[in-house]
Write a protein that binds this ligand. Structure first.
Ligand SMILES: *[C@@H]1O[C@H](CO)[C@@H](O)[C@H](O)[C@H]1NC(C)=O
Ligand SMILES: *[C@@H]1O[C@H](CO)[C@@H](O)[C@H](O)[C@H]1NC(C)=O
Ligand SMILES: *[C@@H]1O[C@H](CO)[C@@H](O)[C@H](O)[C@H]1NC(C)=O
Ligand SMILES: *[C@@H]1O[C@H](CO)[C@@H](O)[C@H](O)[C@H]1NC(C)=O
Length: 467
């Protein structure tokens, strides 16, 4: 596609995305991009409603750990296509927090493109099969270092605190840990006086507890609630419609949800893709509740969801590329504010309903592991990056749960309870909190499923939900 974008297309995609920025912004980042904020249940760019028009950017595929925004050359090559498609957002699943991202982030900003970033890596993530020991200070140091680095870019739109950690009923016992991590990330930004980049969770396409997880992440005290919620959705398979796909029911079920909601992956590929869902997603049938979404995915990999093939430095568009471009070109955002909910706010916590939702919402969250408290005060320092040893069986886990009284200090551990150290070889079993958990996957997936949440979810994320 190199050189294929017409100046008209550039002008169109840039025209909608650039606004005049305050001189201080320009001086600070050299980009002039306006940071995205949350109001009610919507995102805003200044005074204008912001809808995510994005793709998931994972060249090399979900099974290969790569940081696509550490490589300025391939990043700039692909930005031309993002612009040609009329996109304003990309999602990246893992970054090496020891690498420099200035050049790619600046090029994205210059193109009016924002980043939604997963803070985890396969080695630094919660372990859904045994979450308690994996919620430790070594893990938090890694993700704090990541948000420290990326919150300084004005075009970082949002952080995912977790991706598909919960993928069935039994794994919902990990939800308090996901919520604790979300709380800690938000606290880190606040305590370190960094920009309050919105933090939220990206849920798997699981019907049985999607709504409960969404409610759980938006209930309780302000410091424990998320800034937004996202989920993956492959239920619209062309040819389809708003009602045939069941999207009308999902709008209904999420009406009144008080924080922004968007699709972190979409684009069923069962039949020939026409991306008919684009017209629905950016229409007022949905925009009162949803704020757009991210198409899975930019590059063609084994799972066949790609818009382009990448061979060496050559990028070739596939039929899906043209189909998506045509759907997006035909679909403007609604006029005005798209009927968003200006009030927004918390909802009641969902009731425990095992086996689908095995969480006692009246219970308190795990407190931040004691040795990680210093990072909130003094900063996380440098990240160890992809070559780090990993965190799942390292460091010191949380020693207690907060009182849940609603004080703003619910994240910090109180008293002098002794911390339990769970260092050991990977694969070692532990009798910690989640010992009752049943195997989250079918037998064929079991070998990889046990320990690496991120690998598992990115490997199978798009496919297992279609089974
Ligand atoms: C909507 O909510 C109802 C009632 O909780 C539930 O039975 C149904 O599965 C939900 N529909 C979708 C599409 O999530
Ligand atoms: C707006 O959000 C609040 C908080 O969740 C909710 O109580 C209210 O019903 C919502 N309003 C509409 C019109 O959906
Ligand atoms: C904290 O809560 C979790 C889940 O709610 C529970 O499994 C764990 O045992 C509790 N930990 C402590 C130290 O009370
Ligand atoms: C938490 O709430 C209980 C009951 O409302 C109260 O007795 C207790 O003192 C509170 N604890 C803190 C730390 O505020």
């Amino acid at each position: 596609m190199k050189g294929a974008i017409s100046s008209v297309a550039v002008a169109l995609s840039l025209g909608a995305q650039f606004v005049l920025a305050a001189p201080s912004d320009v001086a600070k980042r050299g980009s002039g991009v306006t940071p995205i904020t949350v109001k009610g249940n919507a995102f805003f760019k200044g005074n204008e409603r912001f809808y995510i028009r994005g793709v998931d950017y994972q060249p090399g595929g979900s099974s290969k750990l790569a940081d696509p925004i550490a490589d300025a050359e391939s990043c700039k090559r692909d930005i031309k296509n993002f612009q040609d498609l009329g996109l304003n957002t990309i999602r990246v699943y893992s970054v090496d927090n020891s690498a420099n991202h200035d050049e790619c982030m600046k090029a994205l900003a210059d193109a009016g493109i924002y980043l939604v970033l997963d803070v985890n890596t396969p080695k630094y993530s919660l372990n859904r099969a045994n979450p308690a020991p994996s919620y430790n200070d070594v893990y938090l140091q890694y993700i704090f270092a990541t948000v420290d680095m990326f919150s300084r870019y004005d075009n970082t739109l949002a952080f995912f605190s977790g991706n598909e950690v919960i993928n069935d009923g039994p794994s919902s016992v990990a939800a308090p840990y996901v919520k604790a991590v979300t709380r800690d990330l938000r606290n880190y930004l606040k305590e370190q006086k960094l920009r309050q980049v919105p933090v939220g969770y990206s849920a798997a396409d699981v019907d049985t507890n999607r709504l409960e997880m969404a409610e759980y992440m938006n209930c309780g005290t302000a410091d424990e609630r998320s800034d937004f919620f996202a989920f993956n959705d492959y239920s619209w398979c062309d040819p389809s419609s708003f009602t045939t796909s069941g999207w009308d029911q999902k709008v209904k079920n999420f009406t009144g949800y008080g924080i922004p909601l968007f699709l972190s992956e979409y684009g069923c590929n069962t039949n020939k893709r026409q991306f008919q869902e684009v017209a629905a997603l950016y229409s007022t049938k949905m925009t009162g509740v949803y704020s757009g979404g991210l198409v899975y995915e930019y590059s063609e990999e084994d799972s066949n969801y790609g818009l382009v093939t990448i061979k060496g430095s050559d990028v070739t568009p596939l039929p899906d590329y043209k189909a998506l471009k045509s759907a997006l070109d035909k679909t403007a955002n609604p006029q005005g504010d798209g009927n968003y909910n200006k009030t927004g706010g918390a909802n009641p916590c969902p009731k425990k309903n095992s086996p689908n939702w095995d969480v006692d919402s009246t219970g308190s969250l795990p407190t931040i592991p004691k040795p990680a408290e210093k990072y909130l005060k003094d900063g996380a320092g440098k990240g160890v990056g992809f070559s780090g040893k990993g965190s799942q069986w390292a460091g010191t886990a949380s020693s207690s749960n907060s009182t849940g009284n609603g004080s703003s200090s619910s994240g910090s551990s109180s008293g002098s309870s002794s911390a339990s150290t769970t260092s050991g070889a990977a694969g070692q079993t532990s009798s910690a909190a989640a010992s009752g958990l049943v195997k989250p996957f079918t037998v064929s997936m079991a070998p990889v499923a046990v320990s690496l949440v991120t690998i598992v979810s990115t490997l199978f994320g798009a496919s297992f939900i279609l089974l």
